[in-house]
Design a binder for this molecule. Structure first.
Ligand code: FAD
Length: 308
């Protein structure tokens, strides 16, 4: 029998890589309900939205949308913008971290370039007491991302990274990373990956996420659980209670615009809840991946089209 959910997911993941549609999306601006999932087209537009979330008891991590930069010039420009953004965060006294995708800073061009760009941002962020978390992209870039993280972590305490539970390798990666006392965001994984590297069965992905959360928390490392899945969230709370792990040793992270009530409820219970807020013009790939995860978000898109 055809699995409609799998077909829809694959369709949107396919669209997320379509460069022509990406160009058209930029041309026609943020329509289609995108503002429900994106903080603004510029960081200045996102500042009042972050302030509002901070006032509601939520902390934030921002992601300047855009990936797969293939020119050295553009990668350097992106690093310069990130330095300015970190300074603006500090000037506005926002409770905010920064998430970065290494492909936007030159990972596909050269290791030296991406390290140099990250060092520029991390120097400023460290001076201002701000943390950076490296997002994890597709599996072909996983090892390179981990290698860059290790090199940077040796010098900077304020850098973390993401590990995805759909990858078979992640359990070993966490073991290997343990000696770096890393701040890790554990997520299920958002890219289309083959069965040679990733679990295809959702139950296995879910089960592995819980195992990774358990391992990382019991290793005594600060853990960010990046999930909207209440089963995973309740598992984490129970684990912490059972092992006497205090609330300042872990946090929940959720995407901007997703499960708002749950975000607020957890914050009221005294947990740290960090909202991952993307901003920028390059919203197309991000938006398509979110539609792939949750076709119900299409309702936002339909509303956006008809409310023009
Ligand atoms: P799912 O299995 O998708 O959802 C679990 C359940 O949550 C659903 O069954 C539903 O009941 C409920 N639910 C989900 N969304 C909603 C909603 N909008 N309204 C109501 N109920 C809902 N992936 C990467 O590959 N690399 C990254 O660096 C990365 N960073 C991330 C950062 C954060 C903060 C988060 C939250 C996710 C990140 N992801 C990243 C995406 C992640 O890998 C998953 O694709 C995404 O989070 C969906 O998985 P889930 O754990 O939320 O559970």
């Amino acid at each position: 029998m055809l699995n409609l959910q799998a077909i829809t997911k694959n369709f949107f993941l396919f669209l997320s890589n379509n460069k022509t549609l990406d160009r058209l999306a930029k041309q026609y601006g943020t329509r289609f309900g995108v503002d429900k999932l994106v903080g603004g087209e510029t960081f200045s537009q996102a500042v009042p939205v972050i302030r509002q979330l901070n006032d509601e008891g939520l902390v934030v991590t921002v992601d300047h949308l855009g990936e797969f930069v293939d020119s050295e010039e553009e990668a350097k420009e992106r690093a310069g913008e990130a330095v300015e953004t970190v300074q603006t965060m500090f000037d506005h006294n926002l409770a905010c971290e920064m998430s970065v995708k290494l492909t936007s800073l030159g990972l596909d061009i050269s290791r030296e370039l991406v390290i140099r760009n990250m060092e520029r941002i991390l120097d400023k962020a460290q001076e201002l007491g701000i943390t950076l978390q490296i997002d994890m992209e597709d599996s072909g870039r996983c090892q390179a991302t981990i290698d860059v993280f290790k090199e940077l972590r040796a010098k900077y305490p304020n850098v973390g990274l993401v590990i995805q539970s759909y990858l078979y390798r992640s359990d070993r990666d966490l073991d290997e990373l343990d000696k770096y006392d890393p701040y890790v965001r554990l997520v299920k994984g958002a890219y289309k990956e083959p069965g040679t590297v990733a679990f295809q069965d959702k139950d296995m992905v879910d089960k592995n996420l819980k195992q990774l959360v358990k391992k990382h928390m019991l290793n005594g490392n600060y853990t960010a659980v990046g999930s909207h899945d209440e089963e995973v969230i309740n598992f984490t709370k129970e684990l912490a209670r059972e092992h006497g792990i205090s609330k300042d040793r872990f946090e929940f992270q959720m995407l901007y615009g997703m499960r708002n009530k749950l975000q607020h409820d957890l914050a009221k219970e005294g947990y740290t809840v960090r909202v991952y807020m993307p901003y920028g013009m390059e919203w197309y790939g991000y938006y398509m991946r979110r539609l792939a995860e949750r076709p119900a978000n299409i309702a936002f898109a339909v509303k956006g089209i008809f409310s023009r």
